[in-house]
Design a binder for this molecule. Structure first.
Ligand SMILES: C[S@@+](CC[C@H](N)C(=O)[O-])C[C@H]1O[C@@H](n2cnc3c(N)ncnc32)[C@H](O)[C@@H]1O
Length: 260
């Protein structure tokens, strides 16, 4: 008999994003840990509760909310992230020992897909490696914000035969990478699209994708960068938080195309 953890992708704000696999996994849970804190987290926590209300058909799992510690913003970025993950791992370890019996299953409802810019898998692996609490775990895929972005704009993610780099606003703001013409940007706290200096670049931008607040804009970057910046500012002022993601495509010189 061992504890089990199910890391369940729940999509990006629309309960309809829940897959049958995610719903089945949710219904197999005895306990759920739900992170809270801040305006954005309040929306995310509420959505998780709504998902439980809507999809759990049997006995409601025991729900334990916990505030997520804040990541240190000063000093070395990598070290800050490591410390932050260690702190969250310690919380999970304690909560597992206190709240999950040896034969029970815990569900962690992860925004979007757990494999994309989310460290739940890494953190759970930290807890397991520490060896103070034994458990098995699996991962249920979910709809990512990139899928939601492409669906809302009715575009494929990649152009034929071309790679796409998925990166952060922080990285893009340090310079456009040489090797790619297409970049998908997440976690952009600095409006890095404003640093791209190419009159022919095209942007597909989306905020609150999948939610009732969804906003999308697309067009030639040099023509709509100001509109996106103003739309972000107004939306953040209205809702108290924003989550946005975007794809920028720069023209490609001619060349053989391959693939689908
Ligand atoms: C910590 S990452 C989590 C990504 C998530 N695992 C996924 O699969 O989309 C958070 C970033 O994802 C993007 N994001 C997540 N949900 C979004 C949404 N509903 N609309 C727009 N962007 C979103 C934003 O770039 C945000 O800063």
């Amino acid at each position: 008999m061992t504890r089990r953890i199910r890391i369940i992708g729940i999509g990006t704000g629309n309960p309809d994003h829940m897959t049958v696999q995610a719903i089945d996994a949710l219904n197999a849970c005895d306990v759920l840990f739900i992170p809270t804190k801040g305006d954005e987290k309040a929306f995310l926590a509420t959505l998780r509760h709504d998902i439980c209300e809507r999809f759990i058909t049997g006995r409601m799992p025991r729900i334990h909310e916990f505030p997520v510690p804040k990541r240190r913003a000063d000093g070395d970025y990598g070290a800050g992230v490591t410390d932050w993950h260690t702190a969250i791992a310690a919380i999970y370890e304690r909560m597992l020992l206190e709240n999950l019996d040896a034969d029970e299953t815990l569900g962690l409802l992860v925004w979007g897909d757990p494999m994309l810019y989310d460290s739940t898998i890494r953190i759970i692996d930290l807890v397991r490696t520490a060896g103070r609490v034994a458990f098995d775990y699996d991962v249920i895929p979910g709809i990512t914000s990139l899928q939601a972005l492409c669906a809302s704009h009715r575009i494929p993610l990649n152009r034929i035969g071309l790679p796409v780099q998925v990166t952060t606003g922080r990285r893009l703001s340090a310079g456009w990478p040489e090797s790619v013409r297409d970049i998908a940007v997440m976690l952009d706290g600095v409006q890095a699209f404003e640093t791209v200096d190419d009159p022919d670049a095209v942007i597909h931008w989306g905020a609150y994708l999948g939610t009732p607040m969804e906003i999308t804009l697309s067009g030639r970057l040099c023509e709509i960068a100001g509109t996106i910046a103003e739309t972000r500012r107004a939306a953040r002022a209205e809702h108290g938080w924003i989550m946005d993601t975007y794809l920028i495509r720069r023209p490609v010189e001619s060349g053989g195309e391959e693939g689908e």
